[in-house]
Write a protein of this length. Structure first.
Length: 247
């Protein structure tokens, strides 16, 4: 989990402190009969804290709004769902390092936010709400759109677009090429661009199309969706760093 654990746990603890419930004392000389409880903190401070906490929950528990029950929000207090989610997230953060040490899993981690900007910008909103398959589809669309912007073409897209852009043939009027290296006539030049073309075709035929065209598919597991985002990130980086060659 690519996150500042100490900071995140501190923010969660402050939110839990502010939203703790208690029975307010009666004003001097007044006796009331009420079972209503109040939060320790002011509403303004709780709302400000909740904004930060929701960002943390989006990273630690992406599906917290659906996985954590909200039935007590109306009957007890509006922050009950947030409190339980914050408690779960704190436990996850507290035990994450211990679990990795106990299980001996010291493999490098991959964060979606560290991928190419096109990919994460396209996927971020859907990813944080737990819609992983749709997030991958959105990322693929974003890569396609940014590629079209780079070469100023709207007449072709996705597989056909990349087939033309990475072609080893010379550019034609209205059909620029993307070059990952200078054309020195070598087998390496042809191999690099043939590979990029095939890779792009695989991204859209094997990842983008099934995710967006198949009805009734189950939600992608998060780790598989992350692998697919990483694949799209490779393609996005190749496009972004390549040189546009025109006729």
């Amino acid at each position: 989990m690519s996150i500042d654990t100490e900071w995140a746990r501190s923010e969660l603890a402050e939110f839990l402190r502010l939203t703790a419930l208690y029975f307010p004392p009666d004003p001097p000389g007044v006796i009331t009969i009420s079972s209503a409880m109040a939060n320790r903190g002011s509403e303004a401070n709780i709302v400000a804290s909740a904004y930060v906490v929701e960002q943390i929950l989006g990273r630690v528990l992406p599906r917290w709004r659906t996985d954590v029950p909200d039935d007590k929000n109306e009957s007890v207090n509006r922050w009950c769902q947030h409190r339980e989610a914050a408690q779960r997230a704190d436990a996850a953060l507290a035990r994450d390092e211990e679990i990795r040490q106990r299980l001996g899993d010291d493999a490098p981690e991959l964060s979606a936010s560290s991928m190419h900007q096109w990919v994460w910008d396209g996927a971020r909103s859907l990813w944080r709400s737990g819609h992983f398959r749709e997030a991958v589809t959105a990322a693929a669309r974003k890569v396609n759109a940014e590629t079209q912007n780079k070469v100023q073409r709207r007449d072709v897209s996705e597989t056909k677009l990349f087939q033309q852009l990475f072609s080893a043939d010379d550019p034609k009027p209205g059909q620029p090429r993307l070059r990952l290296m200078a054309n020195d006539g070598s087998d390496t030049f042809r191999s690099v661009h043939r590979g990029a073309m095939a890779f792009a075709e695989g991204c859209y035929a094997g990842i983008r199309n099934p995710n967006s065209h198949e009805d009734g598919l189950p939600e992608l597991p998060e780790n598989e969706a992350l692998e697919q985002l990483a694949t799209l990130s490779v393609l996005a980086r190749w496009v972004d760093t390549s040189t546009v060659v025109t006729a």
